[in-house]
Design a protein around this ligand. Structure first.
Ligand SMILES: [Zn+2]
Length: 276
């Protein structure tokens, strides 16, 4: 009897050792692939998205629904990875950040970075979620969202949902805040630095400033007044419109649209003009 117990323990030990070695080698292999191929290829090695999150994407996320099947898989895996990397914290009245919330927040980050290589905005590791608008003790104003360079993104769930409930009004809190975060990530000297081509970005800013002057002087503009606040707000508002009203954006100001398409490495036009 004793010998069998001994054998079983030995076999279990061997299995544990083999599993550890295999997992370790796999991890190393994945890191090496990530290092050399910071693109979609690396995501073949990531974990699949959990089934419940997939149903949320299918139900609420038009951008995801419109992706070709191959890209859907990449998108899902990037969403899962983003969720795994972040600390989601409920704030104010909100008692829990649900899987649905995490999924849609992660998806908004992946939507804007989908054309870029493996961007997970490492700097922003905390995501604070309020049920509705919240009062900021820093700015002494009510907010729907903000991005803080100390490392967190703040979002109001109600406003995030409203952003995706209407996909064509050019207003989307999730995309707006993720655009701020992405610009900060680009500007900071980190491993994800210089995501944007400098020259393209400066051209974008030049056109943006001309547009901001138009808004300030009361001329008619495609962009809402808030875009004229500063460069950062203009970029964030432009991103919202890039995804929600691409054809109208392109029709109004083709250069600005194409520069943004270049920066994000995506083309959102539905009219068949895929020259970006
Ligand atoms: Zn903003």
């Amino acid at each position: 009897m004793g010998i069998y117990v001994f054998l079983i323990i030995c076999i279990l030990w061997i299995l544990i050792i083999v599993a550890t070695v295999v997992y370790g080698v796999y991890g190393m292999f994945r890191d090496i692939v990530m290092f050399f191929f910071k693109d979609k290829l690396a995501h073949l090695l990531f974990r699949n998205l959990n089934a419940r999150s997939k149903t949320f994407l299918q139900k609420y996320f038009l951008y995801y629904r419109n992706l070709p099947p191959k890209d859907k898989l990449f998108f899902e895996r990037r969403v899962q990875k983003f969720m795994n990397m972040k600390d989601f914290e409920p704030r104010g009245e909100l008692k829990q950040v649900t899987l649905e919330m995490k999924t849609l927040i992660a998806a908004s980050a992946i939507q804007i970075t989908f054309g870029l290589p493996a961007v997970y905005m490492h700097r922003f590791y905390r995501i604070l979620v309020y049920a509705d608008d919240y009062y900021s003790t820093i700015t002494h104003r009510h907010h729907r969202g903000e991005v803080n360079t100390r490392g967190f993104i703040v979002l109001s769930w109600k406003n995030l949902v409203e952003g995706y409930a209407n996909n064509t009004d050019g207003r989307n809190l999730g995309l707006h805040e993720m655009a701020h975060a992405l610009r900060i990530v680009d500007a900071l000297h980190s491993e994800e630095q210089n995501l944007f081509d400098r020259e393209t970005f400066m051209q974008f800013i030049n056109y943006a400033r001309q547009e901001m002057v138009r808004i300030e002087t009361g001329e008619e503009s495609f962009f809402r007044e808030y875009a004229a606040t500063n460069d950062h707000e203009f970029f964030a508002v432009a991103v919202e419109n890039f995804f929600e009203r691409p054809d109208a954006f392109h029709g109004y100001h083709p250069q600005l649209y194409l520069l943004l398409a270049d920066l994000l490495n995506q083309n959102t036009l539905t009219s068949g003009n895929h020259s970006a």
